[in-house]
Design a protein around this ligand. Structure first.
Ligand code: HEM
Length: 314
């Protein structure tokens, strides 16, 4: 009997927001030995996640793994996902979405940090010196999904029934059905300058009210507001991305940040949003949130299907 073609299952992208997350970006060590180690490690991610997650079933532990374009070529060769390319930079020098090194992204989420911590420990120990970590951030849920600048973050994310349609690749790239693209940027905020603004002025920067999280009326919402510039349409329909941003920081040393992470079935809408924010729509009408926020990292990664990763196991 012929075996029916199975649609590849995506990684755990479309999950509810958790209380904790760890983001790790690493570069691949040179040489075929490191590449072979990473390939076989890919096949172990699901089993390690299950093993750690089973210790606290209600903890909702999950892990998504993505690969930058250079790592893709080294690790997996051809075919390459149709829209995988180096991170595209946007904006003038004083307000730049810049690209920083990164071959592998891990997005580990759970309701409690100990689960994220344990899985990160297991995954990194299995990788050993096959990679070097270039950035690691531990993010936390801040009250009722507030970003560190005090506004609710995530409200206009796609609804549960729309998430897959906006994030998971279908027939448009048949070799990579079930995959996704993810773009990350680590932002640091100048909280003194931000807190010097009145609440009304902050609301005009974001385009929503601070306490009640309601969109400002068209008559008062500036076209330079963050929510105006990140609202985009194609053929008359709004195009959404799935954001799983997390606050992070070290109050003792005055560090306050947002780890931006956006998933989409093509990098194009996320890049369009970045262009609107950093260059402006029209040019010069840039996102005033950037007067208080500096992007210090930037990376674009492809997230292959879970079946692709499982198939790499020994
Ligand atoms: C500096 C870091 C950032 C912070 C603190 C931040 C915060 C926020 C907040 C508070 C909202 C309003 C509530 C909501 O709908 O979620 C929002 C909306 C949004 N943000 Fe950001 N954001 C950041 C960076 C970005 C980046 C880099 C992108 C895209 C490349 C982006 C895309 C969006 C989108 C698509 C919306 C929804 C717009 C709408 O439909 O009204 N954000 N963000």
């Amino acid at each position: 009997m012929p075996i029916a073609n199975k649609t590849p299952a995506p990684q755990t992208i479309c999950r509810p927001l958790t209380r904790s997350a760890i983001f790790i970006v690493a570069t691949l060590a040179p040489g075929s030995e490191a590449a072979a180690k990473v390939r076989s490690w890919c096949g172990d991610i699901a089993a390690l996640t299950r093993a750690v997650g089973q210790r606290v079933p209600e903890g909702d532990l999950s892990c998504v793994c993505g690969f930058g374009v250079n790592a893709w070529d080294t690790l997996f060769g051809t075919p390459r996902p149709a829209e995988l390319h180096p991170f595209r930079e946007f904006g003038p020098a004083e307000r730049r979405a810049l690209a920083t090194p990164g071959d592998i992204l891990l997005h580990i989420r759970a309701e409690q940090m100990d689960l994220c911590f344990e899985l990160a420990t297991q995954l990194m120990s299995a990788l050993g010196d096959a990679v070097s970590v270039v950035d690691e951030v531990q993010g936390f849920r801040y009250f009722d999904m507030r970003s560190i600048i005090g506004f609710v973050d995530g409200t206009e994310n796609p609804e549960d029934n729309e998430k897959v349609g906006f994030t998971i690749i279908g027939d448009e790239d048949p070799s990579f059905t079930g995959g996704s693209y993810v773009l990350v940027q680590k932002y640091l905020h100048n909280m003194n300058a931000w807190n010097d603004l009145s609440v009304e002025a902050q609301e005009r920067v974001i385009g929503r009210t601070k306490l009640s999280d309601i969109e400002l009326d068209k008559s008062v919402k500036p076209i330079s507001s963050h929510s105006a510039l990140t609202t985009i349409t194609k053929d008359g329909e709004e195009v959404k991305i799935l954001r799983e941003n997390m606050p992070f920081g070290r109050p003792g040393v005055g560090e306050f940040g947002t780890y931006f992470i956006g998933y989409a079935r093509s990098p194009q809408p996320i890049e369009q949003m970045l262009e609107n924010m950093f260059v402006g729509r029209p040019a010069g009408n840039y996102d005033r949130l950037l007067d208080f926020s500096t992007a210090v990292t930037g990376g674009l990664f492809f997230v292959p299907s879970a079946d692709f990763l499982d198939g790499l196991g020994d």
